[in-house]
Design a protein around this ligand. Structure first.
Ligand code: BTN
Length: 254
């Protein structure tokens, strides 16, 4: 099994730490007061967290689990776009490594042919005038058949598409450098240029989606890209609707 190695991960401007085990790399970085750009990667998380209060499971060495914490200088109202920014970066990194069909499911699931390859959890907290963002990323690297059964959904892993798969150190370096690049664009230009990239890598562009909204209602419509603030746009029987919080539960070619 390849091991994460902080010495192999020197990234200019980023303080890199690798730990054998921690609860959640997101939680650990959220608790720190530092204003530096810090990357924390863990061989194993004992309480990995996913979106909407779910757990994130990854057997030791089978996945890449890490978080990047940094100050983000954009107005607070724009920060919902951060999870799309991160999705664009990870999808581009995966494509550059050879996973040609890596795609994005709104807001920021990484999928290949409908199966989940990875997920992103972005959390923020205000730090004086600035905002500190913690961007947590989990990628399934090696096949773990029990995971799909346990989660009762289609799960993909990198070793299905790349033989041999890249080392987790190389994967981490590539994703982090793409992430820093996309965050630079976001800080200087906002979401606009990145939402076009997101749309170009959307797994379900133009498809009919059913979306479960935060209040439990289900909305059905044709996927019509991303709104200026990162919301999902759907063309429904009642016109264009934008979804800010919800989950795509199904997709089919319209
Ligand atoms: C999701 O798809 O629900 C998001 C999953 C995010 C998982 C990553 S693993 C590293 C970081 N630490 C956590 O506890 N969660 C994120």
């Amino acid at each position: 099994m390849d091991r994460l190695d902080a010495a192999a991960l020197s990234i200019p401007g980023v303080r890199v730490r690798v730990v054998e085990r921690c609860g959640s790399t997101n939680t650990a970085l959220l608790e720190e007061k530092s204003a530096d750009c810090v990357l924390l990667a863990a061989e194993q998380q004992t309480a990995g967290r996913g979106r909407r209060g779910r757990r994130w499971h990854s057997a030791p060495g089978a996945g890449l689990t890490f978080s990047l914490a940094l100050q983000v200088r954009r107005p607070v109202r724009e920060l919902a776009g951060l999870s799309l920014v991160a999705g664009v970066a990870v999808s581009k990194a995966l494509r550059a490594l050879g996973v040609a069909r890596a795609a994005l499911k709104w807001p920021n699931d990484l999928v290949v042919d409908g199966a989940k390859l990875g997920g992103i959890l972005v959390e923020t907290r205000s730090a004086g005038a600035a905002t500190r963002a913690v961007i947590g990323i989990g990628i399934n690297c090696r096949r773990d058949s029990s995971l799909g059964l346990r989660l009762r959904r289609k799960i993909a892993s990198l070793d299905q598409f790349l033989s041999p798969p890249p080392s987790r150190n190389d994967l981490l370096k590539k994703i982090t450098s793409m992430l820093l690049e996309s965050l630079d664009v976001f800080e200087s230009k906002g979401l606009e240029p990145l939402r076009r990239e997101w749309e170009a890598m959307s797994a379900y562009a133009g498809q009919r989606l059913r979306v479960r909204l935060a209040d439990g209602r289900v909305l059905s419509g044709i996927s019509d890209g991303i709104a200026e603030d990162g919301a999902l746009r759907l063309t429904t029987r009642n016109g264009i609707k934008t979804v800010r919080s919800g989950r795509v539960v199904s997709a089919r070619v319209a």
